[in-house]
Design a protein around this ligand. Structure first.
Ligand code: DGL
Length: 266
């Protein structure tokens, strides 16, 4: 257990294995425009989703410690993979820090379901984790949920390839076998995937399929937790800032991140 001093004027920390968590940060900035944010993308160690659990934990703690050294008043683990591998341990180690994680949006998918199939796209590690199976057991009921491990998909976003033929080939090979005329909802269970939603939408060519993700719910929960501890800024006219750090140290990754942060994903 570590003691941390939390004050209202500190920034809110965000972490992800790379650029994906920016899809969650977009929502958080929209909801809390007076706040400052520090986003740490660990692209040098990406992907997390095909690594063993122990390694994901070690990498996640390493990033969180860097954010804590810089000073943060709350933390969003904006990565489904890191959340499932490490969020419980993070909460144990930093009990007074408001911490939110993101998990595949199974609950809203089930609640809105009209009898069709729910397809969940996520990293192999997210799908293999016990936390994911508990989530399925909790909400599935009699609904048909198909889990699709998408190794290699986050790399398209890291490389800025958001709409090429290679992405079509990826969908054709890895996703199409799980789709049918019964597909009602696709859950984007990795924070990188909202950035390829426009291309996925075009690939599906079927406006009746819902494509959902958990970024809005996660940002709302982050705001609620900060509010509960009276840590939200109280100057509604203040314009907050976003600082982006990437473990590659590359300017190109920062430029790419800034572009993604501005990109409409819903
Ligand atoms: N963005 C991450 C997630 O939400 C994972 C991508 C990866 O590193 O494999 O799961």
């Amino acid at each position: 257990m570590e003691h941390i001093k939390l004050t209202e004027d500190l920034p809110i920390g965000f972490m992800d294995s790379g650029l994906g968590g920016l899809s969650v940060l977009q929502q958080a900035v929209r909801m809390m425009p007076s706040e400052d944010f520090i986003y740490y993308g660990d692209s040098a160690n990406a992907p997390y989703g095909t690594k063993p659990q122990e390694e994901i934990r070690r990498l996640t703690f390493n990033v969180v410690e860097k954010l804590l050294d810089m000073g943060i008043k709350g933390l969003a683990v904006a990565c489904n993979t890191a959340t499932s591998a490490a969020v419980r341990l993070l909460r144990e180690k930093y009990p007074e820090l408001p911490i939110v994680g993101i998990e595949p949006a199974i609950k809203p998918a089930v609640e809105d379901n009209h009898g069709g199939e729910i397809v969940v796209m996520a990293t192999p590690m997210t799908i293999a984790q016990e936390k994911y199976h508990r989530l399925l057991d909790k909400y599935r009921g009699d609904k048909e949920i198909i889990s699709v491990p998408c190794a290699g998909l986050m790399e398209f976003v890291e490389e800025g390839d958001l709409n090429g033929d290679d992405l079509d080939r990826y969908f054709e090979e890895h996703l199409s076998p799980y789709l049918s005329d019964k597909t009602e909802t696709i859950v984007l269970g990795c924070t990188h995937y909202p950035f390829i939603r426009p291309h996925l939408r075009a690939f599906l060519n079927n406006p009746s399929v819902n494509i959902i993700d958990g970024s809005e719910g996660t940002s709302r929960e982050l705001m609620r937790r900060l509010g509960e501890k009276d840590l939200l800024r109280k100057q509604p006219d203040r314009k907050g800032s976003v600082t982006i750090i990437n473990s590659t140290g590359s300017d190109e990754m920062i430029r790419r991140s800034e572009k993604l942060l501005q990109m409409p994903v819903d």
